[in-house]
Design a protein. Structure first.
Ligand code: MN
Length: 324
């Protein structure tokens, strides 16, 4: 036992509510660590939300740990994957010492501190960076690994339609013959949950459009994961480059935004509009606001109306758009 305890342990922390890019990239780093004789755990906080992502983890049998169930003190080193700053979109305590950062999100104002930093903002996916590492280190890429990384690249680039670098394409073409096409087919036809469909319908019906901004209040929700999906979907509407979808659970307002406008840093706007509990990236962000004493109100209609007014007003004033 004592012998084993002396071995180095690596915590691979992927971003909150992880997507296939984060998960597959974590998997790749774990494999690299294994090749170096380092034991590693992939840790995340939040939920594996979209039906596709749940299917992805289940079909590939990927082993992930919850941040809450592990003590970072038991690890010798922390790696941040598909995120870059402790406490930002991950549960690593602020100012923690970080050994490795591998990400493709463009860095913001905050300085990134780590012993080893590899950020390639021009890449469409962290999985592309990880594929290159596996190739360069001559590490055998298993069928599961290839399938996971390929799916990560495809989802993060929306099948090479969004922010795609030639490196993403070459990584994908390398992975394609190695991957399990049956599983990829299954992942492409995820069954959309009825609630997601309802929220989408609600989001389309209740849309409020101001220039290229679209805001939509979907009212009462049970599953907050339906919001980013709706925000994603609405972004494909003609003339819309930023979407904000929000809804209310028993005790909280959840807000989810997406943007493909390069002038917009949605994460910062969300923080400005909704405070410290908000955040994310320039093109994808979220916020939550506790209802506090208002959660007890019996008049749900009035509550929803007030929520709508407040969210719309705060967001528009943060982006500097007049609501007339
Ligand atoms: Mn990513």
């Amino acid at each position: 036992m004592a012998e084993r305890d002396k071995r180095k342990k690596l915590a691979i922390v992927i971003h909150d509510n992880p997507d296939p890019d984060a998960i597959s990239s974590g998997l790749a780093l774990k494999e690299i660590a294994k090749n170096l004789g380092v034991e590693a755990n992939i840790l995340y906080h939040g939920r594996i939300g979209h039906q596709e992502n749940k299917a992805f983890v289940n079909l590939l049998g990927i082993d992930l740990g919850k941040m809450e169930e592990h003590n970072l003190k038991n690890f010798d080193e922390i790696a941040l994957i598909d995120c870059s700053i402790p406490g930002v979109n991950n549960m690593v305590p602020l100012n923690s010492y970080v050994g490795i950062v591998i990400d493709h999100h463009p860095p913001g104002e905050t300085e990134i501190k780590a012993e080893y930093i590899d950020i390639r903002p021009n890449f469409g996916a962290t999985a592309t960076i990880m594929t290159k590492y596996l190739q360069q280190l001559n590490i055998n890429i298993s069928k599961t690994m290839a399938t996971a990384l390929l799916y990560g690249i495809r989802t993060d680039t929306q099948d090479f339609k969004r922010k795609t670098d030639p490196a993403d394409l070459s990584a994908a073409s390398y992975l394609y013959p190695l991957s399990n096409h049956g599983i990829l087919d299954q992942l492409e036809q995820p069954s959309m949950a009825i609630e997601t469909l309802e929220v989408l319908g609600e989001a389309i019906r209740n849309r409020q459009v101001l220039g290229s901004y679209l805001l939509s209040n979907v009212g009462n929700i049970r599953d907050r994961d339906t919001l980013p999906q709706a925000a994603d979907y609405l972004l494909s509407l003609e003339g819309i480059s930023t979407t904000v979808v929000f809804g209310v659970t028993e005790d909280r307002i959840y807000i989810s935004g997406r943007s493909n406008d390069i002038r917009v840093n949605l994460g910062e706007i969300m923080r400005q509009a909704f405070g410290e509990d908000a955040g994310g990236h320039a093109n994808a962000a979220g916020a939550q606001i506790p209802l506090g004493v208002f959660s007890a109100t019996k008049d749900r209609q009035t509550l929803l109306r007030l929520v709508n007014e407040a969210v719309v007003k705060r967001f528009l004033s943060a982006v500097g758009v007049e609501n007339t």
